[in-house]
Design a protein around this ligand. Structure first.
Ligand code: KG4
Ligand code: ZN
Length: 347
């Protein structure tokens, strides 16, 4: 029974999860169905775009049905449908947007185009209802590493970004060379708990003074070179020590840059977002650094850090409140920019 609630559906298919959620009044999550393809892509050591698209195509009608059933609502009761239109894999994005547009065309529901990273950031609102813009966010995902000033629910200013690898990408590449498999982030996080974070001093790249940009490729290459040279010499490596030391280097940089961003902007709190925000060392060290600074820290539960439909529903709800809807000819934008690209999604 709808009971006068405002219901938003969120559809996410930008990478390897087919995910749909229903959110009531931008506050109560009624369902959050995530169909992960991780086991399939693990066989290939990473996401294979063509395979991802095919699986989205097969899964999406079932995930859609399940999201409505779990929420105990009918499509008729949904007020708007939000969908990720970029950035991400073109074929994967097409599956979600084509499905959302078809449902909107058939039902007459309004469509909302959502930027995937906007979704990751606004995932913080799902559990922290006290949080409202403006605030500072650190986005750490498989494809993005950004320090962002969240000026409004649909207005973002990028203060710093990676100049090479995203953090999650560096985790995944190091994990592959360590023989830990895909996705590497959670595997490194787990094995690092058994290792010594000070066993190796891998490179920390801080760039120019006052720069809020990041660079992780030097750290990653340092680890990979070390592993290759030990292998050539026939030496055994302690993988837990390498994982823990790599993680220590990465987290040192993330914490230092985040603290610098708080100092430079004067914000008194920071929100974490994206898959790498699941990382136990990052969560722990960032909490400690924020406490020391007297700053607040918001972190979504792990299920809302990695790709999910709830974050897309939240972003869509906020956009709908601003009257920002998409046309039914909404395109997909694999390289969509967070600062200037948002307007491309709206009528
Ligand atoms: O946000 P997300 O689900 O997808 C993108 O938008 O990219 O992030 C996926 C990334 C992967 O690189 C994965 O290895 C990383 O998040 N990740 C982690 C952890 N859990 C997921 N990285 C470090 N520690 C974790 N516990
Ligand atoms: Zn993501």
């Amino acid at each position: 029974m709808k009971d006068g609630r405002h219901l938003t559906m969120g559809i996410e298919s930008s990478c390897d999860e087919t995910a749909i959620a229903v959110l009531a009044d931008g506050r109560d999550l009624l369902s959050n169905v995530i169909s992960s393809q991780i086991e399939i892509h693990t066989l290939y050591g990473g996401v294979v775009p063509e395979i991802a698209s095919r699986h989205h195509l097969n899964n999406i009608p079932f995930v859609f049905r399940q999201a409505l059933d779990d929420a105990g609502v009918t499509l008729d009761e949904i007020d708007e449908i939000g969908v990720t239109a970029g950035p991400g894999l073109a074929g994967a994005l097409l599956m979600g947007t084509a499905y959302a547009k078809a449902v909107c065309l058939a039902s007459g529901k309004p469509l909302v185009g959502v930027h995937h990273i906007q979704g990751h950031i606004l995932a913080n609102l799902l559990e922290h209802q006290d949080l409202e813009p403006p605030f500072l966010a650190l986005v750490v995902s498989g494809g993005h590493t950004h320090l962002v000033e969240v000026r409004g629910y649909n207005e973002f200013k990028v203060l710093g970004a990676t100049r090479d690898d995203a953090v999650g990408e560096a985790y995944d590449k190091v994990a592959r060379v360590l023989g830990l498999g895909y996705p590497g982030g959670p595997k490194i996080d787990a094995i690092a708990k058994e290792g010594d974070p000070h066993a190796h001093e891998f490179k920390r790249v801080l760039l120019e003074k006052d720069s809020l940009d990041f660079s992780f490729s030097g750290t990653k290459t340092g680890v990979i070179n070390y592993l290759h040279s030990e292998e050539q010499r026939g030496n055994e490596v302690n993988r837990a020590d390498v994982a823990a030391s790599f993680q220590q280097a990465v987290v040192d940089v993330l914490v230092e840059k985040a603290m610098a961003a708080l100092d430079l902007t004067g914000y008194k709190g920071l929100a974490l977002a994206g898959g790498v925000a699941c990382n136990s060392a990052l969560r722990h060290r960032m909490a400690k650094a924020c406490r020391r600074k007297g700053a607040k820290l918001w972190i979504p539960s792990p299920i809302f850090c990695t790709d999910n439909g709830a974050m897309i529903a939240m972003a869509a709800y906020q956009k709908a409140r601003l009257g920002l809807y998409a046309d039914l000819d909404l395109d997909v934008y694999p390289g969509l920019d967070l600062e200037t690209g948002l307007g491309k999604l709206d009528k």
